[in-house]
Design a protein around this ligand. Structure first.
Ligand code: IMP
Ligand code: MG
Length: 369
């Protein structure tokens, strides 16, 4: 991560990826222009690195020149673009290829088109290393595109944030720092995760996502996801990763403004933990802690059979199913302790005692995060 002025940026496109994109563009353009000698026109300031590296890769003779026109400050595309400086050469009858670092709204590009209208060029083609399709508001054709990127501010490789960052050999993306507290509540079935999550979400203003509850809701309403999940859950098995991850992604996106999340019943495998890290990372956030409720097996079985009498949950009614669920937990998911412990994010909490007492123990851990 790097800091420029007041903002943080994270690595986004490596020098190697930039190199490959430019190579591909150079080959494509060379093939298209045939025997002609094109004039490459870089748009300053941002494109100086693109042009320099591009023409070194261009396999045939070419001419290179620069123009300058954009006035661009801060992180938003400016409305008033200034006039052009630097077009001194006669371009009549020439194939001109504009080399841009980035095309955002397309305002700069509109200005370029307006200016070249009177130049009597044979062809005007547009090549850009970066392109933000979600931001682009014009209809001008973009003939060569290096890398399509989401509509987020980037720096490096010629691109700046208020003057800084142009010198970086790779590209960084702005980090929208979110101060979320995200917890994974962990523990065998019957450990009291659901009960405790209810208290914690109130206390810390978090959104509780219980994968089990979301699945049960879907099953009760016979959705496609519900029917799929049903076949696994009733046998005491885990629902396949991709189904769970897709659902979770949707739940997190539904609550994008949350103070944070309590994940309950997820992740259950290393693959899911990695997927969750990726998901959090894509939201510029992270898992802060895994908190595990520790409860003895026999206490669990007793608690679940008791709950089965009133909850109506089929998987709570049968002792064999219950024991299998506990076994699955220890076989496949206790591994995750190592995953989070390796990041110093694992906290074990004694799950036997009064509800309030346990909430108190959990709070002690959370307050220290
Ligand atoms: P457009 O006129 O909106 O297409 O924006 C083009 C110009 O805006 C570029 O030449 C850059 O100077 C600037 N720009 C747009 N997006 C970014 C970005 O993500 N980082 C840095 N500069 C940008
Ligand atoms: Mg530019």
């Amino acid at each position: 991560m790097i800091k420029l002025h007041d903002k943080y940026f994270k690595p986004f496109v490596s020098a190697k990826e930039i190199d490959a994109a430019l190579q591909r563009m150079a080959n494509e353009i060379a093939a298209d222009v045939g025997d002609e000698i094109p004039v490459f026109v870089g748009v300053l300031n941002g494109s100086f690195m693109v042009v320099s590296d591009f023409v070194k890769k261009y396999p045939k003779p070419c001419e290179v020149t620069f123009i300058k026109l954009a006035s661009y400050e801060g992180v938003k595309s400016s409305d008033d673009i200034q006039r052009l400086i630097g077009l001194t050469q006669d371009l009549t009858g020439r194939t001109v290829i504009i080399l841009e670092d980035i095309i955002d709204t397309g305002k700069t590009l509109a200005e370029i088109h307006r200016i070249f209208k009177n130049e009597n060029v044979k062809a005007l083609k547009i090549a850009t290393l970066f392109y933000k399709p979600e931001a682009y508001k014009k209809d001008f054709k973009l003939h060569y595109i290096g890398i399509e990127i989401p509509n987020k501010f980037i720096v490096g490789y010629g691109l700046d944030y208020d003057g800084l960052g142009r010198d970086l050999p790779e590209v960084y993306q702005i980090k929208q720092t979110q101060h979320m507290t995200n917890l994974v509540l962990f523990g065998p079935p019957g450990a009291g995760k659901g009960t405790q999550a209810e208290f914690l979400k109130e206390k810390y203003n978090l959104v509780h996502i219980s994968t089990g509850d979301v699945f049960r809701y879907n099953m009760k309403n016979d959705t496609a996801l519900g029917m799929l999940a049903k076949s696994f859950i009733e046998k005491g098995q885990l629902v396949p990763d991709q189904v769970t991850i897709d659902m979770l992604n949707a739940e997190v996106e539904k609550n994008a403004d949350a103070n944070g999340f309590i994940f309950d019943g997820f992740p259950r495998t290393n693959a899911q933990a990695e997927a969750l890290d990726k998901l959090m990372d894509s939201k510029d956030s992270q898992i802060n802690a895994m908190i595990a409720l520790e409860v003895d097996d026999e206490v669990l079985v007793k608690r679940l059979l008791e709950r089965g009498k009133t909850s109506g949950r089929k998987d709570d009614a049968d002792e064999t199913v219950i024991r299998n669920r506990i076994k699955v937990y220890y076989d496949e998911t206790a591994i995750l302790k190592d995953y989070y412990a390796a990041q110093d994010k694992y906290f074990g909490v004694d799950g036997i005692g009064g509800i309030e007492e346990i909430t108190e123990r959990l709070s002690t851990v959370i307050n220290k995060l």
